[in-house]
Design a protein around this ligand. Structure first.
Ligand SMILES: *Cc1c(COP(=O)(O)O)cnc(C)c1O
Length: 461
């Protein structure tokens, strides 16, 4: 018999769940749902230990809408980086010059897709203030994604502080106060970096956060590069999305898989279909699942339809989170919460709508969408995600049939889509005071320390 103080190994519990629990106990006991079996020995992620290393060759900010901005490759002067090892835990984070990483060719991430990421934005408000939008949700989701692929855990509040620190230093130059209603894209990333080719749980990791310039897809089409502004047949596109429904030869995610985690492994294999969709004049794939063609999500955005039921009720419908096939989008959550609050039967009138919407999260099929379309019950459709925000869907191509979504407000959006989009935008840009819009105090780049030889010093958060 095993000695009584040896950890008992539960042979029956689910592997994924118990693996995540063990990772949390080892790497981030402060946020583990159960107390660890042994006292913690590894250092946890601690934003207060951040060291600042100034960028001594900062680059110029390219003009909005210029080719470098459209290339989505221009980052701000600094980045956050923190390393983790299985022997010591998290090291002191650094706020250091943006620049290349050094990895051995054997690094786990390069072979086994041990990578996860987040996508969020920092907004320059109409009131000139800097804001993040529900950053706690991104940080919490990053923890979920990381531990799903055996990367180390951390207290999400610490990640949120690191993100805040980066934007508080770099936004003054890269998102100037005068440039109201603009944003930068933030990409927190974690990779397994240990130089061992064995197919094993990561023993070293690197967490980093970069801030990327992004074109505004809301800007007039004239400011877009020609290859994006025109469809393959030479006509000017509309600022709406054209979706191509996936076919049986490709599945994005499946129950028991990892579609609900923002891990790199979900994206690479879908690019071949995405490129084909582009070739055929569509913007994104509408991912269907299973024999019944359940509608899941579109590209890297959640998907919504507004239809009238056969009984005549107006509904906002989107796929459910339950079987973990779709991503739990921050935009999705915010849209649903906002619609439940302001578009319910009792409130809709206040906002100028004759009729409220029922909000429904359930499985629905492409057949149901087709039927609603054919019976004139399909009212609006849109996608929601951070990168492309909320965009109306104008066309869905499904196995030889083109559904052209009716748009009653204008030919580029529907009235409910437009209202939801504006409400969220107003919070992001500070035109509506709301707890989802989190103001960031700007410090700018800290002044040079007195002793100029000393390049590195601790900056307090
Ligand atoms: C990131 C992402 C979304 C959108 O999530 P947000 O938090 O709203 O940005 C939706 N689907 C997939 C597959 C994604 O990767």
């Amino acid at each position: 018999m095993a000695p009584s103080n040896a950890p008992t190994v539960d042979q029956t519990s689910e592997l994924t769940q118990s693996g995540i629990q063990h990772t949390l106990e080892e790497t981030a006991p402060s946020v583990a749902p159960q107390a660890p079996r042994a006292p913690p020995v590894l250092a946890e992620l601690d934003a207060s230990k951040i060291a600042f290393i100034r960028n001594r060759s900062p680059r110029e900010v390219p003009a909005a809408h210029s080719p470098p901005v459209w290339s989505q490759s221009v980052c701000t002067d600094h980045m956050v980086a923190a390393t983790w090892t299985a022997t010591d835990g998290w090291g002191a984070p650094q706020l250091r010059p943006y620049g290349p990483l050094s990895l051995m060719p054997t690094a786990s991430v390069l072979h086994y897709a041990t990578e996860c990421f987040e996508g969020m934005k920092v907004y320059r408000g109409s009131d000139h203030k800097l804001r993040l939008f529900r950053p706690n949700l991104n940080a919490a989701r990053m923890l979920k994604s990381a531990t799903r692929i055996a990367l180390p855990g951390f207290d999400p509040k610490e990640l949120e502080k690191l993100i805040t620190r980066l934007v508080s230093v770099d936004a003054e130059k890269w998102l100037p106060r005068a440039q109201t209603n603009s944003f930068l894209y933030i990409r927190p990333t974690m990779i397994a970096s240990a130089p061992n080719l064995g197919v094993n749980k990561p023993t070293e990791a690197l967490l980093y956060v970069i801030c990327v310039m992004f074109p505004s897809f809301d800007s007039p089409l004239e400011t877009w590069p020609a290859q994006m502004a025109y469809l393959p047949d030479g006509t000017l596109r509309k600022p709406c999305l054209r979706l191509l429904a996936s076919q049986h030869d490709m599945v994005r995610a499946w129950p028991g898989g990892f579609g609900s985690a923002k891990v790199g492994a979900n994206y690479g294999p879908s690019l071949i279909a995405q490129a084909e969709a582009r070739q055929r004049g569509y913007d994104q794939i509408l991912w269907l699942f299973g024999e019944e063609n359940n509608v899941t999500e579109a590209g890297a955005s959640n998907f919504f339809v507004i239809w009238r039921t056969k009984e005549g009720k107006a509904e906002l419908v989107t796929a459910p989170l339950g079987d973990k096939v779709i991503l739990d989008g921050v935009t999705r959550r915010s849209l649903l919460e906002m619609a439940r609050e302001r578009l319910c039967a009792e409130q809709a009138g206040k906002y100028g709508f004759k009729e409220g919407l029922e909000v429904v999260e359930r499985k629905f099929t492409m057949g149901e969408v087709m039927e609603a379309y054919n019976e004139g019950r399909l009212l609006e459709s849109f996608v929601g995600g951070t990168a492309f925000f909320i965009t109306a869907v104008s066309d869905i191509h499904f196995r030889g049939t083109d559904l052209v979504i009716p748009m009653t407000k204008s030919d580029t959006t529907g009235p409910y889509t437009d209202a939801l989009k504006n409400w969220l935008k107003n919070i992001m840009y500070g035109r509506e005071k709301h707890p989802w819009g989190v103001v960031v105090q700007e410090t700018g780049v800290p002044p040079e320390p007195r002793q100029t030889q000393k390049l590195e010093y601790r900056a307090r958060l």
